[in-house]
Design a protein around this ligand. Structure first.
Ligand code: SF4
Ligand code: SF4
Length: 395
């Protein structure tokens, strides 16, 4: 988006304020500059050169979750997320490329480098160093260490071609993501097992890369575009008919930025579209399940899928349209706000008295797992597909 396009889009905002009550950061901070309308005014003033870039302005824009709740509420159809991405790109440029942050995102989005960090973390766990770091007065470091506990100690699923259990000449490509390769190993394995049992061969290309969402939403658009190009090339040269996603944030990014030459379908949707005679028979589940809808999954079909489990009581987590505070790298860069929003969700979850919290996004799952553990709630956080696979009748 050029500065002119940014200003044209921002001019569509009539400053009616209908988006304010929907904005999680405005709900918490009650500050106009931390509302969608206030942020659009700041973005306009920056683009026009009426305001110099100060750390205060940057803070107000950094505090935005990018959850898009304001977009759904806006009667003028302002594309707020495009304005935010474009403004953050301009800010990154003016801040000389934010080299440290760029480096950090490159580590987080690269499964290989994340793997090294994962190994280092597990080695450090056996020393006193982590205890010393945890005592440093940095909320960001503290959050990083708490969340790092979710790094699994096992090797990630290897790239390759996994044959179907009963070959039917069907091939899909699985998008495994970046952070998910280190924290959602059980989900990736479950998805592979499930798809193969349904007669699909599964391809995980060795050169598949991160979807680019973290880079795009933090002002590194060129890097995000590059990721899209690399991922599109994987589907161009593959014989797979579908690209299957597991995390809703990656799904949205791949879909909105044409990072695939074959249809991008979430595994939830894929299972729902199976012919009735191919859907796996499921055992009854006598527990209660709360379904969380990630901001990136406004068109989520998980409710429909979970309803296929006999006897399962599925409810929607109250206030599902408000962000849980994960928002990708936000849970590391804005720990205080992220935790405040997450704890509000935990209060709602407590009142639901459920056995399982189902969510279809990796970031949200990380946020919920940490806060559920902190609160000591006996609730399992699962991807809807994991619950389906758990209830599968294996002959
Ligand atoms: S973004 Fe939309 S809802 Fe919010 S103030 Fe502007 S026009 Fe109104
Ligand atoms: S994207 Fe979310 S946090 Fe950001 S202004 Fe809109 S509603 Fe508020």
């Amino acid at each position: 988006m050029t500065p002119e396009q940014l200003l044209n889009e921002a001019d569509r905002c009539v400053k009616c304020g209908l988006c304010l009550p929907e904005c999680p950061t405005y709900q918490v901070l009650s500050n106009e500059a931390d509302s969608p309308r206030g942020r659009i005014s700041l973005m306009q003033a920056l683009a026009k050169g009426e305001l110099d870039l100060s750390s205060q302005i940057e803070t107000h824009l950094d505090r935005c979750l990018g959850c898009r709740a304001c977009e759904s509420a806006c009667p003028s159809g302002v594309k707020y997320s495009s304005l935010l991405d474009a403004s953050r790109t301009v800010i990154t440029y003016r801040r000389n490329g934010k080299p440290f942050f760029h480096w950090l995102l490159n580590q987080l989005s690269n499964p290989k480098r994340l793997g090294y960090l994962n190994k280092t973390y597990h080695t450090l766990q056996r020393t006193v160093l982590l205890t010393i770091i945890a005592k440093l007065p940095s909320a960001k470091l503290k959050r990083l260490l708490v969340l790092a506990k979710q790094l699994v100690g096992t090797a990630p699923t290897e790239a390759g071609l996994y044959p179907a259990d009963l070959p039917k000449g069907r091939l899909v490509q699985l998008f495994t993501g970046c952070v998910a390769t280190q924290v959602e190993q059980p989900l990736i394995q479950t998805s592979l097992t499930l798809l193969r049992s349904l007669g699909y061969a599964v391809e995980i290309p060795a050169t598949q890369v991160c979807c680019g969402a973290m880079h795009r939403h933090n002002g590194f658009e060129a890097a995000a575009e590059n990721y899209c190009m690399v991922n599109r090339a994987q589907t161009d040269k593959s014989l797979a008919q579908t690209l299957i996603t597991l995390a809703s944030a990656c799904h949205l990014e791949l879909l909105e930025h044409q990072a695939s030459s074959v249809p991008v379908v979430s595994l939830v949707e894929f299972l729902l579209k199976l012919p009735a005679n191919e859907f796996p028979p499921l055992k009854p589940f006598t527990g209660r399940v709360a379904l969380h809808t990630p901001c990136s999954a406004s068109n989520d079909h998980s409710f429909e899928l979970l309803h296929k489990i006999p006897q399962a009581e599925i409810i929607e987590l109250p206030d599902n349209k408000t962000c849980c505070g994960a928002a990708g790298s936000y849970m590391l860069t804005q720990p205080t706000l992220s935790i405040a929003l997450g704890r509000a969700k935990i209060e709602q979850l407590k009142a639901c008295r459920v056995d399982v919290l189902a969510t279809s996004n990796t970031g949200c799952a990380i946020q919920f797992r940490q806060l559920v553990e902190e609160t000591g709630l006996p609730i399992q956080v699962m991807h809807p597909v994991e619950l389906i696979n758990q209830q599968r009748e294996i002959k």
